[in-house]
Write a new protein. Sequence first.
Length: 106
Amino acid sequence: MARITFIEHTGKRIEVDAENGDSLMKAALASGIDGLTAECGGCLSCATCHAYVDEEWVDRIPAPSDEELVMVDCAVDARPNSRLTCQVIVSDAMDGLVIHLPASQY
Ligand code: FES
């Protein structure tokens, strides 16, 4: 389990206890967090689960796959620290991870 902090674009911080093996997307949606629409349900075909990994954590979580890198380019306002949250799988090592949610997925 890892405690993840999601920061909405408004600055509102929400802490979530995420289970190992779940995606960040699933943990966020289960906690009612706004900002992820996740239209494809985690199939890596929509990019509407886009979020920004806090700069301090970019190199501390597993790197994206080539497939994720292709799809994240489709996200609105993609940046070097952009990830698709359905592709980031929670582990104990992510305890304290901070994720910034974009203002919009469209
Ligand atoms: Fe569609 Fe992540 S939910 S790519």
